[in-house]
Design a protein around this ligand. Structure first.
Ligand code: AMP
Ligand code: MG
Ligand code: MG
Length: 337
């Protein structure tokens, strides 16, 4: 890298550190035990103190350094002064040293849109907290599980949680950062928790080892907490060898790029642009694809509708096969924008 890094590289370098800070906030709120849960549209659409603080931290930190960028965060928060200890000023030196793909090297701040999901998998985050509180409280037994089962269920749920920062230009997701705050939980006390993955088409993907599902096995990953008949009909139509139900859009893309699943199938509205922007950028970097159920791309311009109304279909390979299996009932119910 010579001279001054391109704006988009400086933005990704900041987003990397900002996502790490948000991940540490997510861990801290869980450990405090005071989640401050608020229902948004209903019991399956929650917001916690961690969602609020992480979003304040991400948006305030990025907008201070990049005042002309449009930043769209999931949570509707009252405009208030963000506490100084939530501000992250760091930039990843490693990212600053990378060479920006030529097509993005002269982008300006005002041309970029940042989509922020401060905590993806909030439902699983709150459930994990409930399990952990049962374990530390007088009542160890929870749904007939013993203490170690309660602990492992809680930790498994926490691994569904991610922080997502996606960067878009010209309607396309061109870079993404994903922090997984509880990664490495299996290593137990003393282990450093959390990891950060990032990717930019034309430059590369980092922070994970790309793997594919062995052979031709169709392993479908889908929602565990927002299912309905359309979702299950569509999953069945893929004729999967195996179905994995986990929380979080970010987490499901991680499964695709780490060889745990072959397709993420969600034939329902519910996912929003902040759920898919960062994951799509990373997936595209490694040759994958994310579309609606018709095979059409989503647009990430600042003025688009937030809801991904026509569902989400994401794959590392063989996208066309999965598109070809989508039932007529789904295509009729979920119209592309
Ligand atoms: P899931 O796979 O259920 O974890 O969903 C992935 C993302 O989409 C999460 O951020 C969810 O909150 C969001 N989502 C999916 N369906 C819904 C829904 N019906 N209501 C609210 N959010 C949803
Ligand atoms: Mg989300
Ligand atoms: Mg969220």
């Amino acid at each position: 890298m010579s001279g001054h890094p391109a704006v988009v590289m400086r933005l990704v370098a900041s987003a990397y550190c900002v996502a790490e800070k948000a991940g540490s906030i997510v861990r801290k709120v869980l450990h405090s035990g005071e989640l401050g849960i608020v229902e948004k549209t209903g019991a399956n659409d929650l917001q916690t103190l961690a969602d609020r603080l992480a979003q304040q931290s991400i948006c305030a930190s990025l907008s201070r350094r990049f005042p002309k960028i449009t930043i769209i965060g999931e949570e509707e928060l009252p405009a208030e002064e963000v506490k100084e200890d939530l501000i992250e000023n760091g930039q990843s030196a490693e990212i600053l040293q990378k060479t920006c793909p030529a097509e993005y090297s002269s982008l300006k701040e005002e041309e970029l849109v940042v989509w922020v999901d401060p905590l993806d998998g909030t439902k699983e985050y709150t459930e994990a907290s409930t399990y952990l509180r049962h374990q530390t409280g007088a009542q160890i037994l929870h749904k007939g599980l013993d203490a170690s089962q309660v602990q492992s269920t809680a930790l498994w749920l926490l691994d569904n949680v991610t922080v997502l920062i996606g960067i878009a230009y010209g309607g396309q997701a061109i870079a993404g950062v994903i922090n997984q705050p509880f990664y490495n939980y299996q290593l137990g006390a003393g282990a450093t928790l959390g990891r950060t993955m990032w990717g930019m088409p034309g430059l590369g993907a980092f922070g994970f080892q790309l793997q594919e599902v062995p052979g031709d096995r169709r392993i479908v990953t889908t929602t565990r907490s927002h299912s309905n008949k359309l979702v299950t009909d569509c999953v069945d139509a893929m004729e999967p060898h195996e179905v994995i139900r986990v929380g979080g859009a970010g987490n499901k893309i991680i499964q695709l790029v780490e060889g745990k699943a072959s397709a993420y199938v969600f034939a329902s509205p519910g996912c929003k642009k902040w759920d898919t922007c960062a994951p799509e950028a990373i997936l595209r970097t490694v040759g994958g694809k994310l579309t609606d159920m018709h095979g059409n791309a989503y647009c990430y311009n600042a003025d688009v509708k937030h809801m991904n109304s026509a569902g989400v279909l994401a794959t590392l390979r063989n996208h066309e096969y999965y598109i070809s299996r989508v039932p007529q009932s789904v295509l009729q119910a979920l119209r592309s924008d």
